[in-house]
Write a protein that binds this ligand. Structure first.
Ligand SMILES: [Zn+2]
Length: 111
């Protein structure tokens, strides 16, 4: 079941980057695994109200070890704003949807 998200919940996976040592150049570490975090441009997708949004060319910091993405508060706010304003997308794409509805009983077959 897809739950309706409000603006404070939409970005559960990408987290805003909070540097523990402001001003420490290049010394940023992943908050989860302690790996090195490097500047990258990333793509990610998120669901909001049963609609899938894909964001690309997003400036972020990415952990080289676990792949955790961090965004600056500005980017975080911008994404939120784009979703709220229902801005016209730069492009759209067709997403294949596969239903496994006829295998609904399969979840009872194990465990
Ligand atoms: Zn990490």
């Amino acid at each position: 079941m897809i739950q309706e998200s409000n603006s404070s919940q939409i970005l559960q996976t990408p987290r805003p980057f909070t540097s523990r040592e402001p001003g420490a150049a290049g010394g940023e570490k992943c908050q989860f695994c302690g790996g090195i975090v490097k500047k990258k441009t990333v793509s990610f997708d998120l669901w909001k109200k049963e609609k899938l949004y894909v964001f690309k060319s997003v400036p972020a910091k990415v952990c080289e070890q676990c792949g955790e993405k961090y965004f600056s508060p500005k980017i975080y706010g911008l994404i939120d704003k784009l979703l709220k304003e229902k801005s016209k997308p730069d492009e759209t794409m067709v997403v294949p949807v596969m239903s496994l509805k006829k295998f609904a009983d399969e979840a009872e077959a194990f465990g």
